[in-house]
Design a protein around this ligand. Sequence first.
Ligand SMILES: *[C@@H]1O[C@H](CO)[C@@H](O)[C@H](O)[C@H]1NC(C)=O
Ligand SMILES: *[C@@H]1O[C@H](CO)[C@@H](O)[C@H](O)[C@H]1NC(C)=O
Ligand SMILES: *[C@@H]1O[C@H](CO)[C@@H](O)[C@H](O)[C@H]1NC(C)=O
Length: 337
Amino acid sequence: MFHKVVAINRPAIPLLKHHRKTRPLSTMVTTFLVVAGVPLGLYTYKCIMLIAFQNQLIYMGYLPPGSRHNENFKKLIPSSLEIHEETILTEDRKRLHGFIVSKKSAQSASATFIHAGLERSDPIMVYFQGNAGNMSDRFGLFKTALSAVPNMTIIGIGYRQYGNSNGYATESGLKRDAKAILDKIQRKYGPNRPLYLYGHSLGGAVAIDLASTVATNKEKYNIQGIIIENTFTSIYDMVCALYPAYSPYPYIAKYCLWNHWDSDRKIRSLPPSIRLLFLSSKRDEIVPPSHMKQLYSLAQHTHPDNATFVQFERSLHMDIYSTEPRLFQCTLQKFII
Ligand SMILES: *[C@@H]1O[C@H](CO)[C@@H](O)[C@H](O)[C@H]1NC(C)=O
Ligand SMILES: *[C@@H]1O[C@H](CO)[C@@H](O)[C@H](O)[C@H]1NC(C)=O
Ligand SMILES: *[C@@H]1O[C@H](CO)[C@@H](O)[C@H](O)[C@H]1NC(C)=O
């Protein structure tokens, strides 16, 4: 067959003799390009895209579709909850939208107290959400938490570029948002209400960062405790967890990440008087449970008496409150006093 091909080719291309010398080289180059170059090019392209679009990969307020349209969130409100919309302006003039949530029966009493300007000892929980979806997706969690601690007020405000908040999400932007939310609460409720920061996943990093920056101002911000649910040690560690060690990503991430969220560094700077609660899903399919264990072991050095770790045997990344509601509620009750 090979002979046949050669035999057919020879008379058909008179210039073949002239080109014969260069042909193996061009074939080699072509072969190389196809076999190695194309995948290499695609791979480089993928790496560049992963770096260039890291904000889109980390801050996914656009998922699931519809998360940025709040026309019908009222339909999602559980009947036992009293929910008021709240808008907060950040120092760089972004408008954040979210909710003040309380249990219905307790609402009239607390409204009277707020209007009368009395100081109350009821706790406030500031909820920082994970990197996808919006605040109305958390109404179920709020409901479960409020039936455990009925006199608590939960404040859940969407970060910039989440839900109905405008702007573009970045690490420094989300930090600004968290500070603006805390300042608004401080202005609205005064310095006496005990504050608890609750952060799920990326929100845990936001909560830890916020507490580490305001911790020195104890008179102004009455932060009693931080609840961390399935959060990661840092974005870099997440890249290492998502991609195998032999891939170039961990190496690239070391130099090209501009999002850090390094809770493993910041957790050590929290004052020992702020109590820490770690809620960890054993079957977390997104953040390896070892991240929570590591954060806890770091916290044990600075918070020998004030760090608690609770493991949820059957839960996944997002569903502690619905998969193991009893343990979730008991744990919150014990922690929030
Ligand atoms: C959140 O997303 C859902 C759709 O997933 C939407 O119905 C709801 O209105 C959104 N809520 C807010 C506050 O944007
Ligand atoms: C633990 O927290 C409590 C309450 O905030 C505080 O009184 C206590 O001193 C803390 N323990 C340590 C070892 O700092
Ligand atoms: C609020 O509830 C907690 C525990 O559920 C309780 O310890 C606290 O005294 C209550 N606060 C008020 C003002 O009733």
